[in-house]
Design a protein around this ligand. Structure first.
Ligand code: PEP
Ligand code: MG
Length: 886
């Protein structure tokens, strides 16, 4: 197996072997685009290097030599040639883009001799010595680990002595002087010289790029983005083209569509007379790409044409790096561009509507995380109008955030660990800041453009960011920032609007972001393909409305105990609990029925004829009793008792294991009146809404925590009797269903028997997980982390359904139900119903819906559609294979 491929050999599909950058350079070479010549050392070579830990092996060294020779032939230049030297770049590039995480070395091949040749050949010794000092700096930092600040400090010191403010004021002699200073840093720090032999420079650099796969920031990035540590990086070696060779040159980065909004059209930045690193690192603030149209119109037109070609070819928005060297355009990189969630939706919808991709392909590009990000917070309009911004920067990543200011990533991380909401404020960010950025609500930088590190990374993470706030003087050392008469320091609260780029003092109230139209369109496509419906878990009118707006086709779980809270209601509930006889029970129950009936009427009106499952009271009664002494005294007065009597009743109701105690349907076995009251309220509400609105409301009444068929048949009988009384009273009958929640292992094992008295079934995976493992839902956080660290569990089973154990019980229950009843109405309403990973398992069962909290609904709908598409594609593949075989 060969370790190296020339750019003319690979293709975009080879990203495993050539890394994303290498594969795309090969693809662009095949498209005859103006890509500088070069070759790629494979990820396999990197993996062997990291495994062998004995330096570059012979085979690789030989292949590098051979490929350098052919590069010399292609470019008609020779590495190390004193008159017209070949200069190369050495860049990392793994399968998945890890912006700025690994290392790059530019201008390789320069030394004391070739720098003179370059100066003469270009007639520009200022440029040549600038290139040389950059090589010294990058090589020193990346290859031999010399602190880059040592170089930066010398440059700043020199400039200040000369009274210069910007690098372009440096003359050839200045750079030449600095080259000597930089060489001195090598001697002073390492007691060795910068290697003058270009092949030696190259071998060292390749090793350094390989090693950078395992540097701390790359590892952190991979951990945060779920990228495997085993992939290794490729190394791209390419002829240098120089954006810093004069005013006819430049470098830039552009997207084929706006990465913040998704609007079609070239969006980017460039810098005249600069090298690519200047743009990415945010050292100089670039100009918008429109400026290129003015200064070099032909180049701009050529670039637009290539961008269009690349977008069509890759069928996605591209992020393109380019360099202009003496009025000649070169494309250095293309990749699918990172974008905000809003832009992801917009681009996906536009590409489908433009006929570039199918709806199915479009749906595969949306992720649950993008949906979460789309529903980003924004500041409340009125509050925002009243607030006065103190500075404006670039709107780099949308969203709104308020929090306490910190000036270093470490301080931000520590504050976030203490539970504070954090805004990270820096001059610019670098990959080392990643851990601080990830925990921040918002990020502000005073330097850098829309493609600077801060902007790109924040957009990727969905963190709101204002970049390039140039009027803001940020002093990281003094931990202070100021603009005009506004000054703030560590711990002060500011608000950041990533959509407008404005900063405000103090905190501004937020509301959840809404991009309903974009979301609806994608959800409509997804729902066309789904075989499994998604319902919402909700009981308040607001939550039900949110659930419906986000695509719920029904309510799978309205928890009635949530309607027992509220000042007036809780006091009736308490009176009910304290009652000792029938008479004492009746009054509070009557009062509660009034509340509940009104609630149910509201719910049924909102739901119209959509399915709506109401669950009867579930938690242990003591949860409703007062804890504070003052509340106990108030309750004593309200119920004509002494505080001592109340305390006695509270202690009677206390349980050792309340989760395993007097709760769920067990409450109804000992106090049937509670479920009877709730059922009466449900049926009366359903009749009244049916009569007044003309909808035919079919209420579904669900009994929780059932373990035996006898429990279920007893309770069903009691409820049916109540319902008959109501029908007689109203002189009106309606259809209804009585169903079982399946939440205990015994219910799973005996589901066939339980199903005899049940019209429908809903798995409560929260309790089922608790009872299957014997892990308390309330206390498992204390030990689960240890289980995860020691890999005793693959994940938190309350988050992702345990397929092996809990899943097996669910499967058994479903088999029992279908064996005894045939096709039945079966759903899932525990948290697993909203978790994409669990849904992938659940959808394979013969169930008709999953139900989850409102904000999880869109991701659930999307996951189901994506699985459906994958399954269909799989079937099609098999079919094609069979056809071929026939
Ligand atoms: C469950 O147990 O999964 C469930 C939905 O009920 P609750 O969370 O209310 O106990
Ligand atoms: Mg439960």
């Amino acid at each position: 197996m060969t370790y190296i491929y020339d750019f003319s050999e690979g293709a975009k599909e080879w990203s495993d072997l050539l890394g994303g950058k290498g594969a795309n350079l090969a693809e662009m070479t095949a498209l005859h685009l103006p890509v500088p010549n070069g070759f790629t050392i494979t990820t396999e070579a990197c993996k062997d290097y990291l495994k062998e830990s004995s330096g570059l092996n012979e085979k690789l060294i030989n292949e590098i030599r051979q490929h350098i020779q052919s590069l010399e032939q292609q470019t008609m230049k020779v590495l190390g040639d004193a008159e017209d030297p070949l200069l190369i770049s050495v860049r990392s590039g793994s399968k998945f883009s890890m912006p700025g995480m690994m290392d790059t070395i530019l201008n390789l091949g320069l030394n004391d001799e070739t720098v003179v040749g370059l100066a003469e050949k270009t007639g520009n010794s200022r440029f040549a010595y600038d290139c040389y000092r950059r090589l010294l700096q990058m090589f020193g930092d990346v290859v031999w680990g010399i602190d880059k600040n040592k170089f930066e400090d010398q440059l700043s010191f020199y400039k200040s002595q000369k009274g210069y403010t910007i690098d372009t004021e440096m003359t050839a002699e200045d750079w030449q002087y600095l080259v000597d200073v930089y060489k001195g840093i090598y001697m002073e720090t390492l007691h060795k010289h910068f290697p003058q032999n270009p092949m030696e420079q190259l071998f060292h650099s390749v090793e350094a790029v390989f090693r950078s796969w395992n540097n701390k920031r790359a590892k952190t990035y991979r951990r945060l983005h779920d990228i495997s540590d085993d992939l290794g990086t490729a190394v791209n070696i390419q002829e240098m083209v120089f954006g810093n060779s004069g005013l006819d040159s430049g470098t830039g980065v552009a997207f084929t569509r706006n990465p913040s909004t998704g609007e079609k059209g070239i969006f980017g930045e460039f810098l005249i007379n600069a090298q690519g690193e200047d743009v990415v690192a945010g050292i100089r603030t670039p100009q918008p790409i429109a400026a290129l149209k003015k200064s070099m119109p032909e180049i701009y037109a050529e670039f637009c044409e290539i961008s269009e070609q690349l977008e069509q070819h890759y069928q996605d928005m591209q992020d393109i790096e380019f360099t202009i060297e003496n009025k000649k355009l070169y494309i250095l990189q293309t990749r699918n561009g990172k974008r905000t969630a809003k832009a992801s939706f917009k681009i996906c919808i536009n590409l489908v509507e433009e006929g570039v991709i199918s709806k199915e392909a479009g749906l595969q590009r949306i992720t649950p995380t993008m949906i979460t990000q789309l529903l980003h917070p924004v500041f409340e309009e009125e509050a925002l109008k009243a607030a006065v911004p103190f500075v404006k920067g670039l709107p780099a990543s949308p969203g709104a955030a308020s929090g306490q200011v910190y000036f270093t990533a470490e301080a931000a991380k520590a504050a976030s660990d203490r539970g504070e909401k954090v805004i990270l404020v820096r001059q610019e960010t670098s990959p080392e800041d990643i851990e601080g950025m990830v925990v921040s609500e918002g990020i502000v930088t005073s330097r850098g453009g829309m493609t600077s590190h801060a902007a790109v990374v924040a957009r990727g993470m969905g963190v709101c960011c204002v970049a390039g706030c140039e009027e803001l003087q940020v002093d990281e050392f003094l931990e202070q920032a100021s603009c005009g008469d506004v000054t703030f320091g560590t711990g002060d609260v500011i608000s950041v609007d990533g959509t407008s780029g404005l900063l405000y003092q103090g905190s501004i109230p937020k509301k959840e972001g809404e991009e309903q139209e974009l979301l609806n369109k994608v959800l409509d496509w997804a729902q066309e393909l789904s075989t499994l419906e998604v319902y919402g878990n909700a009981e308040t009118p607001e939550d039900i409305q949110t659930a419906l707006k986000l695509g719920a086709k029904g309510i799978g779980l309205a928890r009635t105990e949530h309607m027992f809270f509220g000042e007036e209601r809780i006091s009736e509930v308490r009176k009910m609990i304290l009652a000792v006889d029938q008479k004492g029970l009746r009054k509070p129950l009557e009062q509660l029925k009034k509340y509940q009936k009104n609630d149910f009427k509201e719910i049924f009106q909102l739901m119209e004829e959509r399915p709506c499952t109401v669950r009867l009271l579930d938690p242990p009664l003591h949860e409703f009793l007062p804890k504070a002494e003052r509340e106990i005294e108030d309750l004593a007065i309200a119920t004509n008792r002494t505080p001592a009597q109340i305390r006695k009743r509270i202690s009677e109701l206390a349980e050792q294991n309340p989760m395993l105690g007097h709760r769920g349907c067990r409450l109804a076995v000992s106090i049937p009146q509670i479920y009877q009251m709730q059922t009466a309220a449900i049926i009366e509400a359903a009749i009244e809404v049916s009569q007044s609105s003309g909808f035919s409301v079919v209420p579904e009444i669900m009994i929780p925590l059932v373990s035996t068929d006898k429990e279920m048949s007893l309770l069903r009988k009691q409820l049916e009797e109540t319902i008959e009384v109501i029908f007689e009273l109203y002189g009106h009958r309606i259809s209804y269903k009585i169903g079982t929640m399946i939440e205990t292992p015994r219910a799973c094992l005996t589901a066939a028997e339980i199903s005899q008295s049940s019209d429908f079934f809903s798995f409560g995976t929260n309790d089922l997980t608790q009872l299957t493992y014997g892990f308390s839902r309330d206390d498992s956080a204390k030990f689960l982390n240890e289980y995860l660290n020691l890999k005793l569990l693959p994940s938190d089973p309350f988050q992702h359904l345990d397929e092996k154990g809990v899943g097996q019980l669910i499967q058994q229950a479903v088999d029992g139900i279908t064996a005894s009843k045939g096709a039945a109405q079966i759903g899932v309403c525990g948290e697993a119903g909203g978790d994409p990973q669990s849904i992938r398992f659940l959808r394979k069962l013969p169930i008709s819906y999953v139900s989850c909290s409102p904000f999880r609904i869109p991701a659930a709908i999307l996951t189901i559609a994506q699985e459906e598409i994958k399954e269909q594609a799989g079937k099609l593949k098999i079919l094609n294979k069979l056809i071929k075989e026939v």
